[in-house]
Design a protein around this ligand. Structure first.
Ligand code: CTP
Length: 433
């Protein structure tokens, strides 16, 4: 892993735990927050303590657990903890807790803290499907979202009883990623993440394609999909509707993001072609193979003799980014209505004799014609290693190869800088939709 500072270093995070069976999963969230450098104050509701006891939370967070507003009254904890928080995460949030948050109740330490907080608040609901879909809950969630709270969509799947459906708590890693995206987003009027991408449809490709040689072998690359997934989580935190096309990615889907999985460059090209005209923004973060075997062998290629080496004939794949730029130009009517309105490419470059990696990136920016090209230097190892790492260093270039902005750090932090450029291109910077 990287030695770069972690995104949550020094952040004061409140983890509120509601009284549901999924409370045990919140223990993993505490661990993840602490491991990312945050100091964590766990505030369970009284009913949450019937599922997981205070010693568990205290041992994991190294902090005293408060539940009742009448504890530590001399320190005015019900006011102070919320005031000082950089981030509040509530997981699991029961239907009852959502109702109390919506009403602005302050009848226990958690709701009082949430009412005091002027920082991003991320809520991960978990309950039975009937409760989640009840008009009362639907309305409570809508009101909380309008107020700027980030209410995640629950996962679908097996619930506590024999039933299944939407209502499962998303995986702790996905909640952590959403929390990080909310914490590092530019802030709106009163401390919550800016909603500068509200209603914007963002299509993100992520991961690396695999080109099958025979049933057991393929040509692949090092892309982990982390950058694309971080972009998806960051766009969601800023109010976008996000669709993710994932090529061979082993990461949890950000809750609320619609995901489609693909394998090869051709499948990725088809998936993008089917969706790009309904997208406002296309972000091509996937590493797409430039070449694919001319024919795929139906059975495993065998050695036929000691010196025998098969020759693999390759053909070019479609340049998906260039195709999207060209299709938009063809559809262009001059008033900026053609879609996607903003197209973003990525370029991982190395320098070589006489040409720096930035020179290569500038040339690529001019030739690809994307509105924004996010360039990172993948020469060398260590700090500059990008693939699979949590952090990265990028420059953003316009179509003429001019550097517009630079960013370094966690991929979520970098994602927000990219999205700020996207918001600017959409004419949304400074506006709260
Ligand atoms: N890309 C694409 N389709 C391809 C190859 C790349 O859409 N067949 C996109 C990538 O998703 C990325 C950008 O183009 O956003 C740049 O990718 P890169 O591999 O650096 O570009 P190439 O055109 O393949 O350039 P190079 O000759 O350096 O490999």
């Amino acid at each position: 892993m990287t030695s770069a500072p972690q995104a949550l270093d020094g952040a004061r995070v409140v983890l509120g735990v509601g009284g549901g069976i999924a409370a045990y999963k919140a223990a993993h969230i505490v661990r993840g927050l602490v491991a990312s450098g945050a100091s964590v104050r766990v505030i369970p509701t009284a009913s949450a303590l019937r599922f997981v006891g205070a010693p568990t939370w205290e041992a994991l967070s190294h902090e005293r657990v408060l539940t009742d507003v009448f504890e530590d009254v001399d320190e005015v904890a019900h006011v102070r903890i919320g005031q000082e928080a950089d981030l509040v995460v509530i997981a699991p949030a029961t239907a009852d807790l959502l109702a109390r948050l919506r009403m602005g109740r302050a009848d226990d330490m958690l709701t009082a803290t949430a009412l005091m907080a002027r920082c991003p608040v991320v809520v991960a609901p978990a309950m039975h499907t009937e409760m989640w879909q009840h008009p009362a809950t639907v309305e409570n969630v809508a009101v909380l979202r309008e107020r700027g709270l980030v209410v995640l969509e629950p996962d679908s799947g097996r619930l506590t009883g024999p039933d299944s459906g939407p209502g499962r708590l998303p995986e702790p890693e996905a909640i952590l990623a959403a929390a990080l995206a909310a914490l590092t987003a530019p802030t709106g009027g009163s401390g919550e993440p800016a909603r500068d991408l509200a209603g914007v449809r963002v299509l993100v490709t992520a991961g690396g394609t695999r080109e099958q040689i025979d049933p057991v072998r393929y040509i692949a690359n090092h892309s982990s999909g982390r950058q694309g997934f971080a972009l998806a989580a960051a766009a969601l935190a800023r109010g976008a509707e996000v669709e993710l096309i994932a090529a061979n990615v082993d990461l949890h889907t950000p809750p609320g993001v619609h995901r489609t999985d693909v394998g090869s460059a051709a499948e990725l090209a088809d998936a993008v072609a089917a969706r790009r005209e309904s997208a406002d923004v296309l972000i091509m973060a996937a590493a797409v193979a430039d070449f694919t075997p001319a024919a795929r062998a139906d059975s495993k290629i065998k050695k036929t003799g000691d010196a025998d080496v098969p020759v693999l004939e390759l053909v070019r794949t479609q340049d998906i980014l260039r195709t999207a730029v060209a299709a938009r130009a063809d559809a262009g009517d001059g008033d900026g209505g053609a879609r996607p309105r903003v197209i973003v490419g990525f370029a991982a470059e190395t320098g070589d004799v006489g040409t720096t990696s930035l020179d290569h990136a500038r040339a690529k920016a001019r030739s690809k014609g994307a509105d924004l090209l996010v360039f990172n230097d993948v020469s060398g190892t260590g700090e500059r290693a990008v693939f699979g790492a949590a952090s990265t260093v990028v420059s953003m270039l316009d179509r003429d190869g001019e550097v517009l902005a630079e960013a370094a750090g966690d991929k979520t932090v970098v994602s927000h800088t990219v999205l700020t450029q996207v918001a600017r291109l959409l004419g949304r910077v400074g506006s709260e939709a």
